[in-house]
Design a protein around this ligand. Sequence first.
Ligand SMILES: Cc1cc2nc3c(=O)[nH]c(=O)nc-3n(C[C@H](O)[C@H](O)[C@H](O)COP(=O)(O)O)c2cc1C
Length: 185
Amino acid sequence: MQLYDAIHARRTIHTYADAPLPDGAFERIIEAAHQAPNHKLTWPWRFTRIGPETRRGTLLPLGIRLKAPAGRKPSPKLVEKITEKLMHPAELVVVSVVRCDDPFRAREDYAATACAIQNLQLAATAEGVGAKWSSGGLTTHPETYAAVGIDPAVEEIVAFIWIGVPDKVPSIKRPPVEAVLRSVP
Ligand SMILES: Cc1cc2nc3c(=O)[nH]c(=O)nc-3n(C[C@H](O)[C@H](O)[C@H](O)COP(=O)(O)O)c2cc1C
């Protein structure tokens, strides 16, 4: 797939078929993410591939608990919705950035990590699969750090990236480029 085609075809995928990625796609996607630019060659991104045991055994119950109305048992519909969301995509990658005391460098490292995530999403599109950048409450919950083995004193979780075979590819209407482009002589 040509780069422009991938850029234009990429959509945030919210619903996934319960199906695996093509052979070798995961490794190629992460390798593409790792090609992102980064100032001072700090290589600030970390990718943690989350296996099904952690997804089902820890993240799923936590996700249900966070969405259930306070003090009430979660409805079967809610459990089904969250199970589909957390278990259908073939892969879950937690993307984190190595913390740094210098605020300017920390900002640049976060920007570089966002570049890596976009590379990842474009590579997924080129592989014929889809991805979603998720930054909801589950992604940065203290119990999530513990579940995925990331020390919050050392790294900050930036995103959950879901990767999988799209069930539905949404369409989204963007404002015309004239709304965001200006020129000065
Ligand atoms: C920093 C960031 C955080 C995001 N967090 C979420 C999220 O928590 N949940 C979600 O559904 N989409 C999330 N998205 C995806 C956006 O909703 C999506 O990019 C937007 O709707 C535009 O759609 P598109 O990606 O198909 O162009 C996030 C995107 C970015 C860049």
